[in-house]
Design a protein. Structure first.
Length: 267
């Protein structure tokens, strides 16, 4: 009974690893429990300063234990595994939520996180359902889905595209587009493939926006892009990079709506 009581106790000292997880935690009203975050998290400007304890894929045991946490919560890629094992053996509760690839999975994550934090999830879930319904209506107004390519640019080394199972792929589908690549994960694209894929829009993370000069630099690095509908129209869209971390989250819904509006305005 003692073990059961400890396991079910609502944690008061929480470390969140991953921007989308932290965003959900704050939306659920768990900000008063938050004692540290990882380096991928962007806190609201008016939130109190918090210690940063590494990156969610490479969390340091000592840095985490120094914060005396009761709970570490993150996504399925949180690690490394030996760090999580050592934390558990030290009495820290570990909760890993799957990286959501659909609205339903996002709603399930909200429910699970609310249960762990001892916070009601219905208000946040209802808000998300309304956003998902609005996106569904917005998708229905598009006569046909746009062909969309998300890339990570590497000067002198070509472009990597985001395929199936990635956060950009989920965002593209939410916005009402079709990912022009069908492979899993991220892969390098050949010059020939860029032309053959014929994207209507090319997306990239806003952390590369300055480097790519809003997309103009992409055309300089990859002149063949000018032969695609996107390159011909300079149809580029910079996605908030925080909306691409750890699967679909609240920021992803906002970015999907912005992309949908951009596509609709271009028709």
């Amino acid at each position: 009974m003692l073990v059961s009581s400890v396991a079910l106790a609502v944690p008061e000292r929480v470390i969140s690893a991953g921007h989308s997880i932290t965003e959900l935690l704050l939306a659920l009203g768990g900000g008063n429990k938050l004692i540290a975050v990882d380096s991928s998290t962007r806190l609201p400007a008016d939130f109190r300063p918090l210690p940063v304890v590494g990156y969610y894929r490479q969390l340091p045991v000592e840095g985490l234990l120094a914060q005396d946490p009761q709970l570490l919560v993150g996504g399925s890629h949180m690690g490394p595994a030996n760090t999580l094992t050592l934390l558990e053996s030290s009495g820290v509760q570990i909760v890993q939520l799957p990286e959501a690839q659909s609205g339903e999975q996002l709603l399930e994550n909200i429910q699970r996180l609310g249960e762990v934090l001892g916070k009601p999830a219905d208000v946040v879930q209802q808000r998300v359902r309304e956003q998902l319904a609005a996106l569904e209506r917005a998708r229905a107004t598009l006569s046909q889905p746009s062909r969309i390519l998300f890339v990570r640019a590497q000067n002198g080394r070509g472009l990597k595209a985001a395929g199936v199972g990635t956060s950009p792929d989920s965002l593209i589908r939410l916005a009402g587009g079709v990912n022009v690549v069908t492979f899993d994960g991220y892969k390098q694209l050949s010059d020939e493939a860029l032309v053959e894929l014929r994207p209507d829009w090319i997306l990239f993370s806003d952390d590369q926006a300055e480097q790519l000069r809003g997309g103009a630099e992409l055309l300089a690095w990859q002149p063949l892009l000018k032969l695609t509908p996107a390159g011909n129209r300079a149809a580029f869209f910079a996605v908030d990079g925080y909306a691409l971390l750890g699967g679909l989250g609240l920021a992803s819904l906002r970015e999907a709506r912005k992309l949908n509006e951009k596509i609709a305005a271009s028709r």
